[in-house]
Design a protein around this ligand. Structure first.
Ligand SMILES: C[S@@+](CC[C@H](N)C(=O)[O-])C[C@H]1O[C@@H](n2cnc3c(N)ncnc32)[C@H](O)[C@@H]1O
Length: 400
């Protein structure tokens, strides 16, 4: 059931709150870290909206600007330079008004896909963070993501709201079938649904969004009833992330469902080339998941711990997965690197600290060799830390 867009900014819905919490809680430690690179940060909210909601709740622009202001006030890095740009096709005037209390803000009235290259034109050697939160899928050209990754930025991170369910629905239309999902339509309010029909042009458009034609085999299997819609969405999301990994080393995704057991409303996808960013996002997704779980369960407690994907994960299973992954480290490997790859493969199934707790135990049991730098504390006792950064490194190797 399509709904007009005008009321989107009247009241901030629960899923918008979780989505923005995912951005806000990641963005603060991200900015704090990035300031220490002593390179400028270029933040672009590519589908910025109005800045805030009519019910008084902050939108993504106000959330990011408050964090920037706080980090700039707290940092000891004197040469910090942060540029914040907000693009919106419909609400530039609202943005002007709602962001007038912040300095150094750039507002662009127009389309993200037509403006982003110009905005990033002379930003080589900068740290670039793009928040990409469209209503639908139409503007998500994969070739632009490839272009960002290939530019000479000091670092580039993307946080994308991917309406994967919307993609599957339109892909079904383009391939001459329909997507049967009454449970989703009951709760899903589709803003500005992208409408595609069964033409070559639609197929080309979807290829451009997906970054290839891999999605067609998924829809063909769905058409033949070999897989259901849930499986189709999940396969598409997985292959989409794999496609992003052509150019981004670490890609994570968090499905957001309105109710347990339903198809995801959309997926938040994080792409980066940095282990720190990936591990920071893993912890953030796990923390946000606790909040989202309350929304999904309408305040009721769950009996078993569940992952971000509503899967039950026992301690034994997690330990088995950690052993399986790290037993492949036959050469010295950076702990952060090995952990980030673990989470890319399995998803953000637990906080990084839970995995390192298991690794410390494996070290004690003599299964894992650990090389720490510095090796000793100031008092001369062996160090035991299991995180890298701030002058500390950790390498691990499985003992055969
Ligand atoms: C989901 S809303 C963004 C909400 C915002 N992130 C927040 O939390 O407040 C999507 C926004 O994208 C804008 N929009 C639609 N198509 C666009 C395009 N091609 N380029 C830039 N903005 C666009 C819409 O006007 C709308 O405000």
């Amino acid at each position: 059931m399509a709904k007009k867009n005008d009321d989107f900014f009247d009241e901030k819905k629960d899923w918008s709150k979780v989505k923005d919490a995912l951005l806000g809680n990641y963005f603060k430690p991200y900015v704090q870290k990035i300031l220490h690179t002593y390179r400028p940060l270029v933040y672009v909210d590519c589908f910025a909206g109005k800045g805030k909601f009519a019910d008084g709740n902050p939108g993504s622009p106000v959330i990011a600007l408050d964090i920037i202001k706080e980090c700039e006030a707290q940092t000891r890095v004197e040469t910090s330079s942060i540029e914040a740009t907000f693009i919106d096709l419909n609400y530039a005037a609202d943005l002007q008004e709602n962001l007038s209390g912040y300095s150094g803000v750039c507002i662009v009235s127009g389309k993200y896909e037509e403006n982003i290259k110009r905005i990033l034109k002379d930003k080589d050697n900068c740290n670039v963070f793009l928040y990409i939160d469209p209503y639908g899928i139409k503007a998500l050209q994969c070739s632009l993501f490839d272009y960002f990754a290939k530019r000479n930025f000091n670092s580039i991170e993307l946080l994308i709201n991917l309406n994967s369910f919307g993609f599957i629905r339109e892909a079904c239309h383009a391939m001459g079938t329909s997507f049967d999902a009454p449970d989703v339509f009951e709760d899903l309010v589709e803003y500005d649904p992208t409408k595609l029909d069964a033409t070559e042009k639609s197929i080309r458009e979807l290829n451009e969004i997906a970054g290839g034609d891999y999605w067609q085999a998924i829809i063909a299997a769905y058409k033949k009833k070999e897989i259901d819609g849930y499986e189709a969405e999940s396969q598409f999301a997985e292959q989409y992330c794999m496609r992003l990994m052509d150019n981004f080393r670490y890609v994570l995704n968090m499905p957001l469902r309105i109710k347990r057991g339903q198809r995801p409303k959309y997926r938040m996808i994080h792409a980066t080339n940095h282990t720190d960013g990936c591990l920071l996002m893993v912890d953030n997704i796990c923390k946000r998941w606790e909040m989202w779980q309350d929304v999904q369960n309408e305040g009721q407690m769950t009996l078993f711990p569940e992952t971000y994907d509503n899967q039950f994960l026992s301690e034994e299973t997690l330990e088995r997965m950690v052993v399986e992954h790290f037993s492949q480290c036959s050469k010295w490997t950076s702990l952060s690197e090995a952990l980030a790859i673990f989470f890319v493969m399995h998803g953000p199934i637990c906080k990084a600290g839970e995995a390192t707790k298991i690794l410390s135990r494996l070290e004690k049991e003599g299964c894992l060799s650990v090389l720490r730098n510095p090796e000793k504390t100031e008092k001369g006792t062996p160090t035991k830390f299991m995180t890298e950064g701030k002058g500390k490194t950790v390498s691990v190797r499985w003992k055969t």
